[in-house]
Design a protein around this ligand. Structure first.
Ligand SMILES: Cc1cc2nc3c(=O)[nH]c(=O)nc-3n(C[C@H](O)[C@H](O)[C@H](O)COP(=O)(O)OP(=O)(O)OC[C@H]3O[C@@H](n4cnc5c(N)ncnc54)[C@H](O)[C@@H]3O)c2cc1C
Length: 461
């Protein structure tokens, strides 16, 4: 029986009843001991990096694992689009801090995926009128930005209630957002990194998370190499949208658009925005502590626009072109894909409220808008864009946002709370459940491993 036939057979039989048989059958092309799992069954909801990490670890310990994924592909917010003829990552692009204990670096290496350092210092930044900023001016603006963040931290610590970053800035430096270069840094660095708009980000907790060391790298061949590597030999049911989860002390029943699945345990990696939307009912409902945390955290609106041109018309050696766009969050920098591929391609971003507004626009309107910026930077005679890719992560019912952040009133505990188990049957993972590395691929991956360890822990005594 090949892998596909076996999956179909498993689905038709119903998982709970044939757990041991399936374990033995799944050993057909891979030697696997029964281990801690002893043939117990686990359903993993979501084939993003968190779900795949959990599934991988559990399968390797002898659990009978089936992954239920609503999309027609794995990877979730890791999504490599190849329709331009070159790999373009519309979700995660970078391994942030690839050194130290970052678990994605060895995975990429095992997957045979080359990496490329995107050098933050190879950047030209332009003023709103298209005038390039000198190196000295940029250094001063950067120092001013860091100084501002220090003042922001001091001011917000002295307050007896949490404020948004924007509200705190209005109190200490009313002109900061109107200053083109400060605005450029606040959006390109702070909003992109933290995931939220400064109007919503908690001044107390926006940067309570941590980072691994090292200069960020991208995967020029596509980030999907990492998820494809993890997914090898896993039983993944694509196009299976989960609609309802019912749990008792004895197990879990999951209703999908293709029927019901049963198992001893479930690892739920639904994105924060999907959990908040109520699209998946959970019965009995989640504990009140989890519901409170769900209401406090927020999903950001980070979107990408990829533009393919007939030929490059920019300095091909620069890594980034920054633009102090008059509107915060709009096309404030461009990644030059020419440095790591043959493609005459630029990638730009819509962040925060501007990232959400972008989703409401047609491709034609977005192209016209970005082209008007590029003409300011590179002159009126540049060629028209040939092809365009646009992400719309917030409109996407299977993500409902880009990545999570601490909004005003939330604390790092809220991320941890969402990673607690329920009834010793439901276990949770996903970037939004990792208080230290939320909003990243490595955080999501580590959360999946944590959930797998929580399941296995039940049998270690
Ligand atoms: C534009 C953008 C840029 C980013 N850039 C970076 C970056 O450079 N570096 C970095 O480290 N991180 C980056 N991130 C964040 C990173 O992509 C995420 O933190 C990580 O991929 C989340 O993984 P996850 O497994 O928690 O969630 P997901 O990848 O979203 O996985 C959840 C899965 O559940 C599925 N699902 C949802 N609802 C259902 C349902 N009802 N039934 C069945 N399946 C369902 C989804 O389809 C998805 O496959 C970026 C994200 C975005 C959107």
């Amino acid at each position: 029986m090949n892998r596909f036939q076996r999956r179909r057979f498993l689905q038709q039989m119903g998982l709970g009843t044939i757990a041991l048989w399936a374990t033995l059958a799944s050993c057909g092309n891979r030697t696997r001991s029964l281990g801690a799992g002893q043939g117990r069954s686990v359903l993993v909801v979501g084939a993003g990096i968190a779900g795949l990490a959990a599934a991988r670890d559990l399968a390797d310990q002898g659990f009978v694992v089936t992954v239920l994924e609503g999309r027609d592909r794995i990877g979730g917010r890791i999504w490599t689009d190849r329709s331009l003829g070159v790999p373009m990552d519309m979700g995660a692009s970078w391994i942030h801090g690839p050194d130290g204990d970052n678990p994605i670096t060895p995975l990429a290496s095992a997957a045979g995926a080359p990496t490329f350092v995107t050098d933050d210092d190879r950047v030209v930044v332009y003023r709103p009128n298209g005038e390039p900023v000198t190196d000295g001016e940029l250094e001063r603006a950067e120092a001013q930005y860091h100084q501002l963040l220090k003042r922001l931290a001091r001011y917000s610590e002295d307050q007896d209630r949490d404020l948004s970053i924007a509200a705190a800035l209005r109190a200490i430096a009313p002109d900061a957002i109107a200053d083109p270069l400060l605005r450029y840094h606040l959006t390109s660095w702070l909003e992109f990194d933290a995931g939220g708009d400064i109007e919503d980000l908690s001044a107390w907790y926006w940067n309570e998370d941590e980072a691994f060391p090292g200069a960020d790298v991208i995967l020029p061949g596509g980030y999907d190499a990492v998820v494809n590597y993890l997914a090898q030999d896993l039983a993944i049911q694509l196009n299976h949208t989960v609609e309802a989860i019912t749990h008792t002390k004895n197990g879990v029943a999951i209703a999908t658009n293709h029927g019901e699945f049963n198992a001893d345990y479930a690892v739920i990696t639904l994105p924060l925005g999907v959990l908040q939307s109520g699209a998946v009912t959970i019965t009995p409902e989640l504990p009140s502590s989890m519901r409170r945390s769900l209401a406090k955290l927020q999903m950001g609106h980070v979107n990408k626009v990829v533009l393919q041109f007939p030929r490059p018309f920019w300095d091909e050696t620069q890594q980034y072109f920054g633009y102090a766009h008059p509107e915060k969050g709009k096309y404030s920098y461009f990644l030059n894909a020419r440095t790591f591929s043959d493609a005459p391609v630029l990638m730009t971003f819509g962040l925060g409220r501007a990232g959400l507004a972008l989703e409401q626009q047609t491709e034609e309107a977005i192209a016209a808008d970005v082209m008007s910026v590029l003409r300011i930077l590179f002159g009126p005679n540049i060629p028209e864009v040939e092809r365009l890719l646009v992400s719309r992560w917030t409109a996407d019912p299977l993500s409902r946002g880009s990545y999570s952040y601490a909004a005003v009133g939330a604390t790092p505990d809220d991320f941890a709370t969402l990673g607690r188990s329920v009834n010793e049957v439901l276990f949770f993972a996903g970037e939004h459940t990792h208080p230290t590395y939320r909003g990243t691929v490595h955080g999501a991956y580590l959360s999946g491993q944590r959930a797998a360890a929580q399941v296995a822990q039940r049998f270690s005594d």
